[in-house]
Design a protein around this ligand. Structure first.
Ligand code: IPD
Ligand code: CA
Ligand code: CA
Length: 262
């Protein structure tokens, strides 16, 4: 596990350094994906190519799932789950919450995760059963926060229809919590739960590569991460908070039917 974590961290740092160096020269031309606001830059692709090349140089038989490059088969039972830039819109605008996210899965379970929040110079790491760390500091999420005093991070999808519903759900959540934050990077939001910078997180529509690494960081900080009604975290809805607040936020969200798109 230590070897996986070290390799993942080395690669996430190298990709982060490349992105930081290349960002000022980035062309304004961006392509769009699922909607006009869902952008991908040449540097998302360059970052993933670098990460894939480094993984395969060290571990040629491993599988890789990357947001930009899809699935690469392998025979070792180890799969790397990569978001080469989580928070591309922030990256584009020069905001600080974007990250390189790399997780390692063995036989279907995540055992190591690294989230390099590059502009902040913060590298979050976790290995299964070995805690969540920010550099040399062990992380513990906030405990015993009542829902009414919870600072809750969330995010919105790229389709206008989905956003309309997300706005409705948010309008119902807002009066019951301390406040809402929309940082723009799911991976960073989950690391913020781990670091006690927010108390909770929920979002509809996030993908496995968004939360694979940061979900382990959050879980190792003592948080619970899951979907609605006992499900594992999933694209329909992902929720994260310390036990107690998790259930309270779940109780607020579930009757609002936040998994719908209309
Ligand atoms: C996005 C970010 C954002 C979340 C979106 C994700 P991307 O990832 O995590 O916070 O709200 O759902 O798609 O597109 O920047 O990799
Ligand atoms: Ca992402
Ligand atoms: Ca991405």
């Amino acid at each position: 596990m230590t070897d996986f974590l070290k390799l993942a961290e080395d690669i996430a740092r190298e990709a982060g350094a490349m992105l930081l160096a290349e960002r000022p020269t980035m062309s304004a031309a961006v392509e769009t994906k699922s909607s006009p606001t869902d952008v991908v830059t040449a540097l998302d692709k360059a970052s993933e190519e670098l990460i894939r090349a480094r993984i395969l140089a060290a571990r040629p038989d491993d599988m890789i799932l990357g947001e930009e490059g899809g699935a690469t088969p392998g025979s070792s039972g180890v799969r790397w789950v990569v978001d080469p830039i989580d928070g591309t819109v922030n990256f584009l605008y020069g905001l600080a919450d974007w990250a390189v996210s790399i997780a390692v899965e063995v036989d279907g379970g995540i055992v190591a995760g690294v989230v390099n929040v590059v502009p902040r110079g913060e590298v979050f790491t976790a290995a299964l059963g070995e805690g969540a760390w920010l550099g040399g500091s062990r992380l513990a999420c906030n405990q015993d926060v009542p829902l009414s005093r919870a600072l809750v991070a969330t995010g919105f999808g790229y389709s206008p229809e989905r956003r309309a519903v997300q706005g409705e759900v948010l309008a119902a959540v807002l009066p019951s919590v301390r406040d809402i934050r929309r940082g723009g990077s799911c991976a960073t939001d989950l690391c913020s739960v781990a670091a006690g910078r927010v108390d909770a997180y929920y979002e509809r529509g996030v993908n496995y590569w968004d939360w694979a690494a940061a979900g382990l960081v959050a879980a190792e900080s003592g948080a619970r991460i899951g979907g609605l009604r006992g499900k594992a975290p999933n694209t329909e809805l992902t929720l994260c908070a310390a036990p107690g607040l998790f259930e309270d936020l779940h109780g607020l969200l579930a009757p609002l039917d936040p998994e719908r798109d209309a």
